[in-house]
Design a protein around this ligand. Sequence first.
Ligand code: FAD
Ligand code: NAG
Length: 539
Amino acid sequence: MGKRVAIIGAGVSGLASIRCCLEEGLEPTCFERSSDVGGLWKFSDHAEEGRASIYQSVFTNSSKEMMCFPDFPYPDDYPNYMHHSKLQEYIQTFAQKKNLLRYIKFETLVSSIKKCPSFIVTGQWDIVIEKDGNQESIIFDAVMICSGHHVYPNLPTNSFPGLENFQGNYFHSRDYKGPDAFKGKRVLVIGLGNSGSDIAVELSRLAAQVMISTRSGSWVMSRVWDDGYPWDMVYVTRFASFLRNVFPPLISDWLYVKKMNTWFKHENYGLMPLNGPLRKEPVFNDELPSRILCGALSIKPSVKLFTETSAMFEDGTMFEAIDSIIFATGYNYAYPFLDDSIIKSRNNEITLFKGIFPPHMEKPTLAVIGLVQSLGAAIPTADLQARWAAKVFADSCILPTMKEMMDDIDEKMGKKLKCLFFSFLRFGQSQTLQTDYITYMDELGSFIGAKPNIPWLMLTDPQLALEVYFGPCSPYQFRLMGPGKWDGARNAILTQWDRTVKPTRSRVVSETQRQHPFFNLFKMLSFSVLLLAILLVFY
Ligand SMILES: Cc1cc2nc3c(=O)[nH]c(=O)nc-3n(C[C@H](O)[C@H](O)[C@H](O)COP(=O)(O)OP(=O)(O)OC[C@H]3O[C@@H](n4cnc5c(N)ncnc54)[C@H](O)[C@@H]3O)c2cc1C
Ligand SMILES: *[C@@H]1O[C@H](CO)[C@@H](O)[C@H](O)[C@H]1NC(C)=O
């Protein structure tokens, strides 16, 4: 009999965890408080207690080839950026096809997780669950916490003097579902993260006036990147990551800022981040600059003071007659079922080895999956984290000593801590240096023997090696070799661009209808004529 593992939550992290436990011969039981899989992506038209809540118009900001389960590509007709309902369909299909549903206990809340008295010897946990008002306590050999971190709103009302006098209504973006109620209204959005800008852009089409107040500004990126390809298919490559790391910071910062400003000059739109080159997590929004150009939306600094009806900003300007204020100020993470000291062993800071394992455990039988966020997609990250955790539980991987883990946390996370664990800062945006997604994934991959060996590929399969190195660092790469490899990975990598262009090439122009060939011929002709003319002149 394999060890029994409790998994809290059946979002994408929980599903990845169930699957990885099965791969290691462990016995998973997943507890999910709601009635379906998907977590955050299961939309409901009112915010539910203890569960993430999204608005009706959420689309993904990673593209489909970069955010799939690594052995489960999206159907090729799926759009690159998906509406939440489309992603939810995919997640449900994954759970069905991989036979994961029978390991999930729905409508079951985990209310407490405690070490058993015998923990030092057994590493076991006592888990209390609640279903239909009944409590039950069950012993497990290990625990994976997959309960999400977009759940507990950060509503910094105390840092806004005068808010208590404000007569209109205010609420957290968690309770925002759609724009209908704001027709003709004057709305202030606080916070320039992904949610804040999405909401403001959406409101700007109906509302009378919309402003975003931001303390520190943000880089705004388009989903549509060079040559119209999805941003991450071009940006998240091993080669680009190598280039970013090989230049001295001064140069790579300069290049970064230059790149970020090619679409539009952030300074002129009031968006320029305070610490310009700091790799703050960018905002993805294709319409924000255009709404600002159209005057439907404007960007303001922090609010200094609220009165009954208006806001005064730090620069002394006012926004008058405000009807509603929306706080898009992010989330605080919380694990109400767990003693806080397990995750934060020091100064109220998160101390987790590689963002997963608490280092101070006598036995490594607890893992947090899906908390670390780098500039990459959640699904492949969770899959790799869960694979490693399952191997640690199954004793086929061994963690370093407590001291080594703490040193690693101090060294690597020390200054980057805030960037790994985004969100807990005031106003909802991390002040981050981005953690490089590929570096993090490779590190996890190397623990379980799944990091792609590119020199070896170069010798044995050069075509694949080139696509792995210069092409997008898609999730399939981490199931290409080593334990847990997927036989379809090679083919999935070599066909990823086909699946990318398929859904948008919905009107195919045949070779003869294109103007290229003739156009090129024309260019070549005129070039030869020019050359000839120059020769003639000089003789
Ligand atoms: C607006 C928005 C857009 C995003 N867009 C993207 C994107 O494009 N790409 C991307 O990669 N990421 C995106 N993310 C990040 C997102 O966090 C991840 O995509 C992913 O959904 C996280 O999954 P999870 O399983 O870790 O957590 P969740 O999806 O939050 O799932 C947690 C589950 O645990 C359950 N649960 C919690 N507590 C308990 C308990 N005590 N007992 C039982 N069950 C419990 C909950 O009911 C829930 O089902 C976005 C986030 C937001 C807010
Ligand atoms: C996508 O948006 C979500 C929600 O704001 C955010 O947590 C995540 O970091 C974003 N992804 C990227 C790659 O920036």
